[in-house]
Design a protein around this ligand. Structure first.
Ligand code: PLP
Length: 383
């Protein structure tokens, strides 16, 4: 099987991740922050170590500002629902994932927040000034993805962070597709919030993700309940991270995430990025030679993470995905990729597209086999 669906989740994990999960489950999975028996303390230590690793990765000085959730979606809900109030105005891009877009739609319906979507296709290189023009007095938050989960294009987050700071607006970066490939430095980006997920570029298992939440922001917790301490208090403690982490954490997955980051640090982000760029270059040049094939490209920047999405004239994307899986044993993702706004803006909303996405473990030979398969499918129009 050639696995090219790493933007959905990385399927092959480094051995140290498998080992960390199993070792934690077998030997260290007491209940963290609950009790002082040695197994509970071992679990707390595992979580502390992973929290430190995540904090270092994002260049966060105080690791208490790293909150563990079960994925990026929960992190997004925690921030958006904990921060926004009636009358607030929020700006997003057309490349946002439903993890951002849907909670905002809910808040629009329930609270009457106002949403401006800046279309990256319309704006292209003028994106920054279009965002600036959208800013109003009531604008509370600018929320953008670091890299599109559909086209792989990288947004100008550094410039956007500067703009947000100048205008006194909070800035949220969705790093679900960039963490593990690009540097995500909260200080450089001037980000107040970053959301991430463990199971994609970080190589962790599913079931863990999180957020960087600047401690200057006092959000309402998304969940309330047991935090392990201050049990006499009627409400969640004000202390972070406990305030936002009610309920028992997923210690084995968190340990796996920490091991994934250790692997990335050993290989280095630069090497991972270079390897993906090589695969990307070969893929795009191969795909561009296929008649009737269109690569979806939001043109907002020349730079991309290891993701390519395409459509082939006269062929249904879902059928291409099925053939790749059943006849060539190549796993890709078709459909709308939880990014309806992006498909609308790139004129692929009706049929969706075929998306392939790389991890460090993919090879050039796999790309060649994939290109041969797409060529063959296109030539024979077999569906
Ligand atoms: C850009 C982006 N944001 C958020 C998410 C949500 O991640 P999760 O499903 O782990 O919550 C994804 C997942 O595909 C994504 O690509």
């Amino acid at each position: 099987m050639i696995y090219l669906d790493n933007a959905a989740t990385t399927f092959k994990k480094p051995d140290i991740v498998y080992d960390a999960v199993m070792d934690t489950l077998k030997n260290n999975a007491g209940n963290p922050s609950r009790g002082s028996n040695r197994i509970a303390l071992a679990a707390s230590r595992k979580i502390f170590e992973s929290r430190q690793r995540v904090a270092e990765f994002f260049n966060v000085k105080n690791s208490d500002e790293i909150i563990f959730t079960k994925n990026a979606t929960e992190a997004s809900n925690l921030i958006l629902k904990g921060l926004l109030e009636a009358g607030d105005h929020i700006i997003i891009s057309s490349l946002e994932h439903n993890a951002i877009y849907r909670p905002l739609n809910r808040l629009q319906q329930e609270l009457g927040i106002e949403l401006t979507i800046v279309d990256t296709e319309v704006a292209k290189v003028d994106f920054l000034s279009q965002v600036e023009r959208a800013i109003r007095e009531e604008t509370k938050l600018l929320a953008v993805t670091h890299a599109s989960n559909l086209t792989g294009n990288i947004l100008p987050v550094k410039d956007l962070g500067e703009l947000a700071q100048q205008k006194g607006i909070a800035f949220l970066v969705d790093a679900a597709q960039s963490a593990g490939t690009l540097e995500v430095n909260v200080e450089e980006l001037k980000a107040d919030f970053v959301i991430f997920t463990g199971h994609k570029g970080f190589f962790g298992p599913p079931g863990v993700g999180g957020a960087y939440i600047n401690a200057e922001f006092e959000l309402l917790p998304l969940l309330e309940g047991g935090s392990g301490g201050n049990s006499k208090q009627k409400l969640n403690p004000d202390l972070v991270p406990d305030k936002y982490e009610s309920g028992t954490l997923n210690t084995p997955a968190i340990a796996g995430l920490g091991a994934g980051i250790e692997f990335i640090n050993d290989i280095s982000l630069e090497n991972i990025r270079e390897h993906k760029q090589e695969l990307l270059k070969r893929t795009t040049s191969g795909l561009e030679e296929i008649a009737g094939l269109r690569i979806l490209d939001s043109k907002i920047s020349q730079r991309r993470v290891g993701i390519v999405a395409f459509k082939i004239e006269g062929l249904e994307s879902a059928a291409i995905g099925d053939l790749l899986d059943k006849e060539y044993e190549i796993a890709v993702r078709t459909g709308l990729h939880c990014a309806p706004l992006a498909h609308q803006s790139l004129d692929s909303y009706d049929q969706g597209a075929v998306r392939i996405s790389f991890s460090y473990f993919n090879t050039v030979q796999e790309v060649e086999l994939f290109l041969e398969a797409v060529n063959e499918i296109t030539t024979k129009r077999r569906y």
